[in-house]
Design a protein around this ligand. Structure first.
Ligand code: SF4
Length: 660
């Protein structure tokens, strides 16, 4: 009989099995752990504490190490959990297919990189999903870990499989595979969950797994799909989602961290051993966004805005550089230039690190001249290479539909300022497939890019001006005003992109100065299926995985045909298909799969905002302003969640102010 989870045998390191095989796999360094600032704790570190229990978390970002390690969310939770003397938190990442093969051949279970313990030995297996395309990687990890794929087949010996991250705002497609999901900010809820587990263990695990999940569910802050029954109507849509046990709440609420200054993480940033997608120290300068872009799920589900003060940001930057040795610092948020004290922050940080090897970066998305001033400050130590702006919609009409209130003249004025300050490259980000979009809206992207080049040449007097147009496909997301919208089919998406590419390429005067980056429309359809899917979509995910689907976020691994063939098989007899989930517009009355998951947004407000979008498409001049600077327009979040906007200016400056 196998040892119980958490005992010495089941938790022993598997490194002796792994090490001999490392030379035979690609990038073996990603599996060895031991990064600067990583933590290996005593497996029984909780024993001397009053309750005598250790709670153990295996945290996973379900992508390869190079993408997963820099993930802020996982790094923060790893640190928050490990700060408790009775919690062990370790990390695991998706293994590449060559490593998966080796692990299956040698019976090596999914392991953590910190101490190479089997994931199956932990109390919680927590996965952070920033995209739905990581779902098949979760199944690989579960299978390698020896954890049954289906939550219903798990016993007391298996960890609680917990999903978080933005995709967890609709976890229904993975409801069969996860035991629980949490919505919103993780810092406090992971500790609350740990407390519940510790108490349950200290009591001798009464009622087993089922009772533990019940205790988590009745808190109202942890969603346990098995405690909700979903019924479907004759037309295939959901009839109702209702709790199937007494005491289980009808709706599960998101978590909102209200004092970011009190949680200055990461304080000990992990320094990767292998090459990763971001090699910098990032500080989140605020959380949430109320600009009201209708396509933006991140902005909608992270409301309200909560800023970090300048003094905390300054201290975090200094500490992070000292602890990690990184030379680049990124100031992150959904729209960093909107921090109320961003001007002071830029000047103070630039003064402080001028002449040093520290470079500062700000993901620039706002289209206005002030952004150029900021970019100039941040580039004092470096070259003025490229600036990125995100008009998102190709025409003024489309930008009104999505509530991105930037007109073409604003953009041209902004890029003129950029080019006249010595910037040579401007990158413009757009989406294709937005609701009510026509070919003409997309072709206007080419006109805009040409005007940008022309203006750049004019103000700089140079010919080496470049503009890169980068295009992503729009995917309607839950908890946004576009959650009811029809997604554009991939054939039309590709056709629009083809026409745009030809228009750009055929232009003799400007075509060569315009770079064009885009993806075809097929992955967007799969993302759309997974984003707005219900529990029936889980069968497709499993079918795809059984057919070899892995790393769906990587174009070299993604197979649209596999997804479509699997969908046909898995949905047979249900009366619904991929088009039903993706290219179909929903009615107001339809029960959406995530309606019982409470992001705080009022459904009627979302619906009226959707109607405003359609009215704007027909020429109405309706703008939803940012509630940071205008009165509250009752989106529902603050009263529902008991939260409020937290913005400055606080008047506190960076300390010390001396130049280092
Ligand atoms: S409830 Fe009002 S103040 Fe709060 S995020 Fe919504 S619109 Fe803004």
């Amino acid at each position: 009989m196998s040892a119980a989870p958490g005992t010495a045998d089941s938790a022993a390191s598997v490194f002796h099995l792994l090490e001999p095989r490392l030379p035979s796999v690609s990038k073996p360094i990603q599996y060895v752990g031991g990064e600067l600032n990583s933590v290996v704790k005593d497996w029984n570190c909780g024993a001397p504490t009053p309750m005598g229990q250790t709670v153990r978390w295996a945290l996973m970002y379900p992508d390869a190490y190079e993408v997963g390690l820099p993930n802020q969310g996982v790094q923060i939770l790893y640190e928050v959990l490990n700060e408790r003397d009775w919690i062990v938190a370790e990390r695991t990442y998706a293994v590449w297919p060559d490593m998966e093969k080796v692990m299956r051949e040698d019976s090596i279970p999914q392991f953590t990189v910190d101490s190479h313990r089997p994931v199956g030995a932990f109390d919680v297996f927590g996965l952070s999903f920033s995209t739905e395309l990581g779902y098949t990687n979760m199944l690989t990890a579960l299978d390698l870990a020896g954890i049954p794929l289906h939550a219903a087949d798990r016993t007391d010996e298996h960890p609680v499989v917990l999903a978080g991250g933005h995709a967890a705002f609709n976890p229904e497609p993975i409801a069969d595979f996860v035991d629980a999901a949490v919505l919103g900010d993780g810092e406090e809820v992971v500790l609350a969950i740990s407390e519940v587990i510790r108490e349950w263990k200290a009591e001798g695990r009464p009622g087993g797994r089922d009772e533990l999940l019940r205790r988590l569910a009745v808190s109202g802050g942890v969603y346990v799909p098995r405690f909700y029954d979903v019924t479907y109507g004759a037309d295939g849509s959901i009839e109702a989602v209702v709790p199937n046990r007494p005491g289980i709440p009808f709706r599960v609420r998101k978590h909102t961290l209200m004092d970011l200054d009190a949680w200055p993480y990461p304080a000990n940033p992990l320094v990767p051993l292998a090459e990763t997608v971001h090699e910098r120290f990032s500080v989140e300068i605020f959380r949430g966004c109320t600009r009201g872009c209708r396509f933006c799920q991140a902005g909608m589900i992270t409301r309200p805005v909560r800023e970090r003060s300048l003094s905390t940001i300054g201290a975090m930057v200094e500490n992070g550089i000292r602890k990690s040795g990184f030379e680049e610092v990124g100031l992150l948020s959904l729209s960093s230039a909107d921090h109320t004290e961003i001007g002071d922050l830029a000047t103070d940080l630039a003064d402080r690190y001028e002449g040093s090897n520290v470079s500062l970066s700000l993901p620039s998305t706002r289209v206005d001249a002030f952004n150029i001033t900021l970019a100039n400050e941040f580039s004092r130590n470096g070259r003025r290479s490229g600036l990125t702006f995100a008009p998102e919609g190709g025409s003024d009409r489309m930008r009104k539909v999505i509530n991105k209130m930037v007109d073409e003249e604003d953009l041209i004025r902004t890029v003129a300022t950029a080019y006249s300050h010595g910037w040579r490259q401007v990158k413009l980000y757009f989406m294709v497939g937005l609701p009510t979009e026509t070919d003409d809206d997309v072709l206007q992207i080419a006109d805009l890019a040409k005007r940008v080049i022309a203006k750049g040449r004019e103000v700089s007097g140079r010919n080496d001006i470049r503009c890169t147009v980068s295009i992503g496909g729009f995917v309607p997301k839950p908890h946004t005003p576009f959650q009811w919208a029809a997604q554009l089919d991939h054939e039309t998406t590709d056709e629009r992109l083809r026409k745009l590419r030809e228009t750009v390429r055929d232009d003799k005067k400007y075509g060569r100065a315009i770079g064009f980056r885009y993806h075809d429309g097929k992955p967007g359809i799969v993302e759309g299926l997974l984003s707005r899917g219900d529990r029936r979509v889980g069968r497709i995910i499993e079918e795809v995985w059984r057919d070899g689907g892995r790393f769906d976020g990587w174009s070299e691994h993604f197979s649209y045909d596999r997804w479509m063939a699997s969908a046909q098989k898995a949905l047979a007899g249900t009366g619904v298909d991929v088009e039903w989930y993706t290219t179909r517009e929903r009615d107001y009355d339809e029960v959406l799969p995530w309606d019982h998951l409470d992001s705080g947004l009022d459904k009627d407000w979302l619906w009226s905002d959707w109607e405003d979008a359609l009215a704007a498409a027909d020429g109405a001049d309706i703008e939803v302003e940012d509630c940071r600077w205008t009165p509250c327009y009752d989106c529902g979040v603050c009263p529902e969640m008991g939260t409020e906007i937290q913005i400055g200016p606080t008047g506190q400056r960076l300390l010390p102010l001396s130049v280092v």
